[in-house]
Design a protein around this ligand. Structure first.
Ligand code: SF4
Length: 452
């Protein structure tokens, strides 16, 4: 019997498998109509975040900053905050300002509530809502910043009132603009009027302009966010976030809006659960056209099974996405040998192990960096990697094909148009995975087969 491998000791993160927490908050704020994301901290943070987001969405993205100097870092950023908010209101005429704090502002302990109070006292005529979320990046990930901003929007803006039975709140997490559009369509076939928070399907995937718009059209309206306390129910896609970290439990507790927490609807099983929830809320059966999409997907699973049988994959990225992909891989016959995430919610491994179809020895690593991921992939030698662009270097070094999903996908175009959810999105992801495996096999063959 071989001796167990020693546990590697790391003194520092090497190539983190996550992005910064305020980035997720800025993304969420970009999905609110008329909202300007505002970072309280140094200018470099907003430059880094804009660069990251533009690489993925390929759209111009403005993120305001209170632009800390050395003196703000020592004496506090209150003055910069007030000047920054004044400038944003003067130049953008926003309907909401979403303020997220950077590492520096959190480290020096700037009191945001006091600053907002002082700003209001000095500007009694300004009625623009300012939503604040605390996002120290050294304690979290971009996904946590995203959920925190969504919760802050619901917390600080939603109102109660008479129930609106056709309205449902949908908090899908960090899905693509194409996913958001499809989720809206799915709700509408059940005659449900969804408030999707956030909705960046237009703001980050819109048409071309003749002239620059400081705030792009689209996003969840302030009125719709205010009405979230009156909805018939809330649906959010997460299995790793604590209830204290997301919006649906808050709306349930404060306004008695029933919360439904589901896995990301990737795969037949998870999409069935989403559709059943929509059916339960609306009282309508699943429409025929959805049943037809489901049937086509099952047919594709049958067509593709001979290419997938016996294959293995390494999955990495944002925690909820990796859980959804793991469930999907198990459903289509791929064995996940590695499930890794830079997130450290404490619930990642439990959510993965909870997947009943999971068989074999799957290594699960939370709080992972790419040094650990590469070591595990070297040991496990999977046929495929599924994750975002940052894994490309590992994929290239180890000569393992990479299917790009998650955030960011910055070495291909079309990230905003990648569809993953529902039967239709699953179909597209399934085809991409199968074709990637076929292509690798075809390229590796000395014969040059044209039928695979
Ligand atoms: S300093 Fe913190 S908030 Fe700023 S870019 Fe780096 S991780 Fe993000």
């Amino acid at each position: 019997m071989s001796a167990p491998k020693p546990t590697p000791v790391f003194s520092a993160t090497t190539n983190a498998c996550k992005a910064c927490t305020p980035l997720g908050a800025c993304l969420a704020f970009r999905g609110v109509e008329g909202c300007v994301p505002f970072l309280h901290g140094s200018q470099g943070c907003s430059t880094y975040i804009r660069r990251y987001m533009i690489g993925h969405y390929r759209e111009p993205i403005d993120i305001a900053s209170s632009n800390f100097s050395e003196s703000s870092a020592i004496f506090g950023g209150g003055e910069n905050f007030c000047t920054g908010i004044e400038n944003v209101i003067a130049q953008y005429d926003p309907s909401v300002i979403g303020v997220a704090t950077t590492c520096l502002a959190e480290t020096i302990g700037d009191d945001m509530n006091l600053m907002m109070h002082e700003y209001r006292a000095a500007h009694p005529d300004t009625s623009v809502p300012i939503v604040h979320v605390s996002t120290p990046s050294y304690t979290g990930t971009h996904a946590e910043g995203f959920h925190a901003a969504v919760r802050a929007l619901a917390d600080q803006l939603a109102e109660g009132g008479p129930r609106e039975p056709r309205c449902v709140n949908l908090m899908p997490g960090m899905v693509s603009p194409a996913d958001i559009r499809h989720l809206r369509e799915l709700c509408e076939v059940f005659d449900i009027q969804p408030t999707i928070l956030p909705d960046y399907s237009d703001t980050l995937d819109g048409g071309s302009w003749r002239e620059y718009h400081r705030i792009p059209e689209g996003g969840t309206s302030l009125a719709a966010i205010r009405a979230m306390g009156r909805a018939a129910g809330s649906i959010e896609f997460t299995s790793v976030c604590d209830e204290s970290a997301t919006a649906a439990p808050l709306l349930s507790e404060r306004f008695d809006v029933t919360a439904h927490r589901l896995d990301l609807p990737i795969g037949i099983d998870a999409t069935d659960q989403f559709c059943q929830t929509l059916s339960q809320i609306s009282g309508r059966a699943t429409p025929k056209r959805l049943a037809a999409e489901r049937a086509r997907l099952i047919d594709a699973y049958i067509d593709g099974h001979k290419y997938l049988s016996g294959t293995t994959a390494a999955l990495y990225g944002e925690e909820d996405l990796v859980v959804g992909l793991t469930r999907f891989c198990c459903e289509i016959g791929i064995t996940p040998v590695l499930c890794a995430s830079g997130g450290n919610s404490g619930n990642f491994e439990t959510s993965i192990r909870h997947i009943s179809e999971l068989t074999g020895n799957t290594q699960v690593i939370a709080n992972a960096d790419f040094a650990e991921i590469e070591a595990a992939i070297t040991d496990n030698k999977p046929d495929l990697m599924i994750g975002y662009t940052r894994g490309y270097a590992v994929s290239r070094r180890l000569d393992i094909p990479l299917v790009r999903v998650g955030f960011p996908v910055s070495d291909r175009i079309g990230a905003a148009r990648l569809l993953h959810v529902g039967y239709r999105g699953t179909q597209q992801l399934f085809d991409r995975i199968v074709n990637t495996l076929i292509e690798a096999k075809q390229d590796a063959s000395p014969v040059g087969y044209m039928t695979m």
